[in-house]
Design a protein around this ligand. Structure first.
Ligand SMILES: CCCCCCCCCC(=O)SCCNC(=O)CCNC(=O)[C@H](O)C(C)(C)COP(=O)(O)OP(=O)(O)OC[C@H]1O[C@@H](n2cnc3c(N)ncnc32)[C@H](O)[C@@H]1OP(=O)(O)O
Length: 439
């Protein structure tokens, strides 16, 4: 207890120190500090107080128990925060520090999108720690985890690994225990940072030991722009509830969707045999099951997050890269990612688990390929499999791609789910932009 108290006191230095004057982005009126990308994870470790040595991880978690007394009994007991209180800028100096490039490089000399997913996840959590900062102590009593990647939209044709990148973001909406973080990414072009990506994540605050939920500070929007962002956060929550209540896991497809599936079924009946069993593919079509790719990851401690579970960004990178390979294999050319949506982190992944990833094309249209990656874990002691995440990625291929045909009822539901995700993407501005992002 004394050890922890000393740590809390000695670590009680300010988080913000002066940084370089980057001016692009939502706002930085109070000249908040600009973190270097390497500092983000270090900062998170400092805020949560994790052990550097794996053998000490149980002890570090024991210490966190003592922070329980700093948890609020109600949301009203916490001081309200403004959007600018959580505003953070992070520099990824790929241009000015070439030694950073290797980690981010694709064979086409573009930026690995999987690495960007990892950086966004860490940044989202840091932003939420800024919002919930308890000024009396350096270490936070909260365990903040990623619950959902609501949406990531790309808005730039290609990312160069030879030019500096900047991220910025802030909390844009809060519930009782959840927070929405909006982030943007910029790349230096002709000495200006130009927008290349927008992302919306939902983070959930848990108690010191990550066992139950915990209240977060209220958010007070200032001015019409912030009020609009906050209202959008409310609408996003409503949309997610509506989307989930209409899930094909709960409800039958609509009349239009049923017609689509039946027409696809009729298109695959063998005209010669007049049988329900005998199925043949129409020209330029592929059975959905043929599009599958699978992988296995052993979840080593190296990939742990600050709470000794597997880092969400690592899970996203692995799922994205398998999804990209699936789209590449299916479309026959290198695809570009257009959008990512609705990645739900349903269950934490324990260190030491076996992570099974299964990816398949579930919908195509023109040059677009909608890929779904399902991840499940089995512990080393218990062979039972548990779903931890479902990922949805929209890719664009250089050429028109084959149609994908479901054979079973389950696959038909995957097709319709893929179509719903694709339609929600194509309704947004995303598809109107041009892309060239590769893994
Ligand atoms: C070492 C350096 C590394 C640095 C990396 C730092 C990054 C660390 C971040 C991570 O890596 S976290 C790892 C990936 N994420 C996870 O493992 C989370 C796994 N999922 C869970 O643990 C639970 O599903 C979760 C805590 C997210 C939700 O649990 P419950 O469903 O029991 O929550 P509950 O019903 O109590 O709802 C709590 C709040 O969450 C909200 N919520 C839950 N699921 C949601 C969802 N899917 N989408 C949006 N909001 C959601 C819910 O609305 C509610 O908000 P409000 O209180 O504001 O109303």
């Amino acid at each position: 207890c004394l050890f922890l108290f000393c740590r809390l006191c000695t670590l009680n230095r300010g988080l913000l120190t002066p940084g370089r004057g980057l001016t692009q982005g939502f706002q930085n009126p109070e000249k908040q500090r600009v973190f270097h990308i390497h500092e983000v994870r270090d900062k998170l470790r400092e805020i949560v107080g994790v052990s550097t040595n794996w053998r000490d991880h149980m002890k570090a978690m024991e210490e966190r128990k003592l922070l329980r007394s700093f948890l609020a009994k109600s949301q009203e007991a916490l001081p309200p925060r403004r959007m600018k209180d959580s505003y953070v800028e992070v520099l990824l100096p790929l241009g000015s520090q070439p030694e950073l490039r290797e980690k981010y490089l694709t064979v086409q000399n573009t930026v690995r999108f999987g690495r960007i997913l990892e950086d966004l996840d860490s940044l989202g959590v840091l932003i939420c720690y800024m919002h919930t900062k308890v000024h009396e102590v350096k270490m936070s009593p909260l365990s903040i985890v990623t619950a959902l990647v609501d949406k990531i939209d790309m808005c730039k044709k290609s990312l160069s690994p030879e030019r500096d990148i900047k991220f910025s973001g802030h909390v844009s909406w809060v519930g009782k225990t959840s927070m929405e973080a909006k982030m943007q990414m910029f790349q230096l072009q002709d000495s200006e940072f130009c927008p290349v990506l927008e992302a919306t994540f939902v983070m959930v605050a848990r108690d010191s030991e990550n066992k139950g939920s915990a209240f977060v500070n209220p958010l007070i929007p200032e001015g019409p722009k912030e009020e609009a962002l906050f209202r959008q956060g409310e609408l996003n929550k409503g949309r997610r509830v509506a989307f989930s209540s209409m899930s094909l896991l709960k409800m039958a497809p609509s009349a239009e969707e049923r017609t689509t599936i039946h027409e696809m079924f009729l298109n695959t009946l063998d005209q010669k045999t007049i049988s329900f069993q005998s199925r043949v593919l129409p020209p330029n079509a592929v059975w959905m099951e043929k599009s599958k790719l699978k992988s296995l990851e052993i979840c080593h401690p190296q990939e742990r997050n600050i709470f000794n579970r597997i880092f969400g960004g690592f899970l996203m990178r692995k799922a994205y890269e398998l999804g990209w390979a699936t789209a590449c294999n299916f479309g026959g050319s290198r695809p570009f990612v257009v959008a990512v949506d609705d990645i739900m982190f349903q269950k934490p992944v324990e260190v030491g688990s076996l992570l099974f990833l299964s990816s398949q094309v579930c919908f195509t249209q023109g040059n677009y390929i909608q890929v779904r990656v399902h991840s499940e874990v089995a512990s080393l002691h218990n062979k039972e499999h548990t779903t931890t995440n479902v990922f949805h990625f929209t890719f664009m291929s250089e050429n028109e791609v084959p149609l994908v045909f479901p054979r079973t009822y389950g696959e038909s539901m995957l097709y319709l789910d893929g179509q719903r995700h694709f339609n929600s993407m194509s309704a947004s501005d995303t598809m109107k932009k041009d892309y060239l992002l590769k893994p």
